[in-house]
Design a binder for this molecule. Structure first.
Ligand SMILES: NC(=O)c1ccc[n+]([C@@H]2O[C@H](COP(=O)([O-])OP(=O)(O)OC[C@H]3O[C@@H](n4cnc5c(N)ncnc54)[C@H](OP(=O)(O)O)[C@@H]3O)[C@@H](O)[C@H]2O)c1
Length: 316
């Protein structure tokens, strides 16, 4: 095993002794895990929160569906620096900056990754120069999900795309990627999201009753595709506006007749492409709030409130 620098014997980790809301999250000092054969150990510097973090740990049945048992860890998106490399690992060395997904164990000083598994829940990618760790820690789930949702409707310069829930973690990627693809974007949010959405490149429209009428007023020429990043309201509005089902996609729930995208099924290379766009300054990640790991409960409460604009990041 190769390792870098002084090796601490313990590290902090957010752990749960029971499943439940933010109140069950606790920060503990535990023995530092050691990289075994085929594994990397990453010294995590930042973790990005997603709804799935608190959804999968909210109750025992959901946790079991994700293969979690107690005591469980928390958080999936991470960024940091490789500090141990187990026998048999190629392509990584101590000191490499990396980011990716570590299913429900990312909010910790150290995570072990098996890069050869090649799955989104257990992965490391080199962080490009020009992408700081806090930004890198927001990319994996939301970036891939936005990419998968857009791939399902394939927007281009001839399209007017309606994005429901455009100001959230997935929305900030979806709006910008659709704009890069050349589409006109109309994004739903509350009235408080309007300026934020405009800055991202979307034309804002408020969600709620009468959505289809408000969109029609903004785009009398019609809407040609839609992705619903929140629930079903945007699907209903899109259908009312005449968008065919094969150009409508959901991510948060399933609707008969329209495709449901899953970030884990994004095209190979989608995440790396997003990181390259960030490094090139063509895509930015608005961070709504940053919290030290000691405030994990506050951070999770904010994220779970469902009105975050952009991403919530934990500093380690
Ligand atoms: N399928 C997958 O692979 C996958 C992956 C990631 C996420 N998801 C799911 O997709 C959903 C979005 O994820 P996310 O990370 O973007 O969540 P998020 O960051 O928590 O989304 C927050 C956003 O939702 C907006 N919002 C709240 N109520 C809304 C409403 N009634 N209509 C439209 N927008 C509303 C808020 O806008 P305002 O503040 O303006 O109200 C806020 O900007 C979640 O349900 C998540 O579980 C699925």
């Amino acid at each position: 095993m190769w390792q870098q620098g002084e090796q601490p014997s313990t590290g902090r980790a957010v752990l749960l002794d029971s499943f439940g809301g933010p109140e069950v999250l606790g920060l503990r000092e535990i023995p530092a895990p050691q990289a075994g054969p085929g594994q990397l150990r990453v010294r995590v510097t930042a973790a990005g929160l997603n709804p799935m973090d608190w959804i999968m740990t909210a109750d025992a049945d959901t946790a079991a569906r994700f293969g979690l048992s107690l005591p469980a860890g928390f958080g999936t998106d991470y960024a940091g620096v490789v500090d141990q490399v187990g026998d048999g690992v190629t392509g990584f060395a101590p000191g490499d900056r990396v980011f990716g997904g570590a299913l429900s164990r990312a909010v910790a000083d150290f995570v072990l990754i098996d890069p050869a598994e090649g799955i989104a829940a257990n992965e490391a990618h080199h962080t490009p120069d020009g992408v700081d760790d806090r930004t890198a820690a927001t990319l994996a789930i939301a970036g891939r999900t936005a990419s998968a949702a857009l791939a399902a409707v394939d927007p281009g310069p001839d399209d007017t795309l309606l994005i429901g829930g455009a100001a959230g973690g997935v929305g900030v990627f979806a709006v910008q990627l659709a704009r890069i693809a050349g589409a006109r974007v109309i994004g739903t949010g509350s009235a408080t999201s309007a300026d934020f959405l405009r800055d991202l490149g979307a034309e804002p429209v408020t969600y709620g009753d009468g959505l289809a009428d408000r969109v029609r007023a903004l785009a009398p020429g019609g809407v040609t595709a839609a992705i619903d990043l929140h629930g079903v309201d945007t699907v209903h509005a899109a259908r009312e506006l005449g968008v065919p089902d094969d150009r409508i996609c959901t991510i948060a729930t399933q609707v008969d007749g329209v495709s449901a995208a899953n970030g884990a099924n994004a095209a190979p290379g989608a995440l790396e492409e997003i990181a390259r766009l960030v490094a090139a300054g063509r895509l930015r990640v608005p961070v709504a709030a940053r919290f030290p790991v000691e405030q994990i409960r506050d951070a999770t409460e904010l994220q779970a409130g469902r009105h975050v604009h952009g991403k919530v990041v934990i500093d380690l």
